[in-house]
Write a protein of this length. Structure first.
Length: 389
């Protein structure tokens, strides 16, 4: 019976590379237990102190009689002493209720501290525990000692996050790797924002850099987002990435493993594999003698290859490389169904995002409107006058 491998959901703190992920794990768990403000390194809030239980009033404090024996019943007190005793009992009852509430909060906080202590001990290597997590010290001291032990420098981490973010902004070179490029940009920008990099915190600067990175391969999307999405006051980094991913999934669907291998295969590799397969098939044939298996002179003559129509192949290549300026797919402007819906088949349904984008550009984009009028102007009949040469 095959058992499925169980992956540990916790992040182990082994060295400096794990610090950011590990401290976010601790922060998330501490915030869930409402104690992160008590253990953070900058300006922590003190923990709750253990409340003191109120003391029950004693009758002897209110007895003014001459008898040596202490009273055992409030009825033995004088009316004045009895009234004072009752007031003290009311106050004691109120203090007891307050004590119960305070102790309940204190007990809950102590359980959270124990839970976080177990989490830190289970995610930190033993040699780091021996040098940083001393018994009797607070969790804040543990975290500070761990940060010093593995050599974490906030300024250095911010510089590394900034360098990674700048590397992720390098423009895409082809459509085959857009998923990898976008995933790296998402991680790098998120890390840069976490480390406090200014370029990743200012949304306008971040959107400008992203537009410059994708405008080389996707100029239509970049121009549209520049004129509409960037001006949206509610636009965020996650929403911008989601819009670009939806556009790329529509115009350039991700390739499967076989398609990706075929795309990267060269013609020489394909011919080599074909020749090798043919040679293998020929070696399996039974030949009684070399004379019988040898090809005849007529058979050895190769037929001349038919002349290739270079012009037609060139035109096919140009049509394949041509991109529609409306939807970005590989077809001509006159074949785009988003503009010429009368050419679309009955089964075709336009994508909602692209349909809304085309409608928006028809109303608000002057360049797009000029492009729509262009084909009709090109095919307009030319009337020759009598005085024209």
């Amino acid at each position: 019976m095959n058992t499925q491998p169980q992956h540990d959901a916790f992040v182990l703190l082994c060295d400096r590379q794990d610090w950011t992920t590990w401290i976010f794990q601790i922060q998330g768990r501490a915030a869930a237990h409402n104690i992160w403000d008590n253990i953070k390194l900058d300006c922590p809030v003190p923990f709750l102190e253990k409340p003191t239980r109120p003391i029950l009033p004693r009758l002897s404090r209110y007895y003014r009689g001459t008898s040596i024996q202490e009273p055992s019943n409030p009825s033995e007190l004088s009316p004045q002493d009895l009234e004072a005793y009752k007031e003290e009992m009311k106050r004691h009852k109120a203090l007891t209720e307050e004590y119960k509430l305070d102790y309940s909060e204190y007990k809950t906080q102590q359980k959270s501290i124990c839970h976080l202590t177990e989490l830190i001990q289970s995610t930190v290597l033993p040699h780091l525990q021996r040098t940083s997590c001393f018994p009797g010290r607070s969790l804040q001291e543990w975290i500070f000692n761990l940060k010093i032990s593995i050599g974490v420098d906030d300024l250095l981490e911010r510089e590394r996050a900034r360098d990674r973010y700048r590397d992720a902004l390098k423009p895409m070179r082809n459509y085959n790797t857009w998923e990898t490029w976008l995933a790296e940009y998402d991680q790098a920008s998120s890390r840069a924002a976490t480390q406090g990099v200014a370029d990743a915190l200012q949304i306008q600067v971040l959107m400008r850099d992203f537009i410059n990175a994708v405008s080389k391969l996707e100029p239509i999307w970049a121009a549209t987002f520049q004129n509409s999405g960037r001006l949206d006051p509610l636009m965020t980094r996650k929403e911008m990435i989601r819009l670009f991913r939806s556009h790329m999934n529509l115009c350039h669907p991700p390739m499967t493993g076989e398609q990706r291998a075929d795309a990267f295969a060269t013609p020489d590799d394909a011919s080599f594999l074909a020749d090798a397969e043919a040679a293998t098939q020929r070696s399996k044939r039974d030949a009684p003698s070399a004379m019988e298996s040898a090809p005849s002179a007529k058979r050895a003559k190769r037929k001349p290859a038919p002349p290739s129509n270079k012009r037609s192949s060139k035109n096919e290549t140009e049509n394949t490389k041509r991109k529609c300026p409306v939807c970005g797919c590989h077809h001509g402007f006159e074949d785009c169904w988003y503009i010429h819906d009368e050419k679309a088949p009955t089964w075709w349904r336009p994508a909602e995002a692209m349909h809304n984008l085309v409608a928006y550009r028809k109303q608000n984009d002057p360049e797009f409107q000029k492009m729509l009028r262009g084909p009709s102007d090109l095919f307009a009949p030319i009337v020759k006058r009598e005085n024209d040469p």
